[in-house]
Design a protein around this ligand. Sequence first.
Ligand code: CA
Length: 365
Amino acid sequence: MKRRELLRGAGLAAVATGLAACGAAPGDGAGPTASTERLQWKMVTSWPTNFPGLGTGAAKLAEMITATSGGRLTVKVYGAGELVPAFEVFDAVGRGTAEMGHSAAYYWKGKSAAAPFFCAVPFGLNAQEMNGWLYQGGGLELWRELYARFGLVPFPAGNTGVQLAGWFRKPVASIADLKGLKMRIPGLGGEVMSRVGATPVNLPGAEIFSSLQTGAIDAAEWVGPYNDLAFGLHRAAKFCYYPGWQEPGPTLECMVNQAAWEKLPQDLKDIVDACCRAVNDSMLAEYTARNQQALDALVREHGVELRQLPDDVLLALRRASDKVLEDVVGEDLFARKVLESMRAFQAQARAWHAVSEEAYYATRG
Ligand code: CA
């Protein structure tokens, strides 16, 4: 019995050695070649566990990497606050507390003024255009250049599409109604709101409802009907405004610790990249499919007042956005480089979309 076990153990060891030898590139002793090595990674996120779209997107990414690698790279997901708080994901992955994170780049404007450009720019690119810029227009190269400073490798890994402008306890009839308003709104959108006299605050998603309900804040933007209904924001504020000028197609990110990334064999790197691309795509499909169902429920079942922001309010926000962007790139050379790349892409996308998407929407009616 003992002898049989010994033999079996020796056989497995021989197979493992053989596989490792096969995986090793000739003359590449230092390279990451241990293709039979089984790795276990942690993924920290800025979302509640399995929160619709964002949290389920992170979970899907982890499951997909684990399954498609045949268990060679197992990823375990931690919701916001389980291992680190929502807004410490960037630092936690940078220092290697977790090998991977799922979040949004605009939460890291305190690390770099250029970071928010890789998530959302007010009145900027929509989801389709963000993907075009990131994958084909030089955006991802710039993002990787920036995050390399922090020991991170970023990947686009989700998009919500155009968001809502937010939830307000009182109607917004003019720009004067935004003055003195305390609003949960992160990223560059928050900077814009401060220019028109509001006080932006940044809160993790899970804290929005209670802050709005108790009146600690007067307004909040989160995502869109699918997610806002899940948090019950309609029970804390009656007026729901559109369109989401502040986030016209925010890219969610997967970030990987640089040292952990470099240790991966090439096929696992390819798997992580492919899974991020798949989730980047499937999350947008989920929002596209679910948002209107949720909006119907909000308006018909919950009596929400759905309103468009007045034209003069949107115009004032747009002018303030231009000023914010000028100021941001005036103080940060890399941010200027990123904005110039993005603006060149936006001009191109706008021209093409005038005769494609926009013309088609107008024709379809
Ligand atoms: Ca948002």
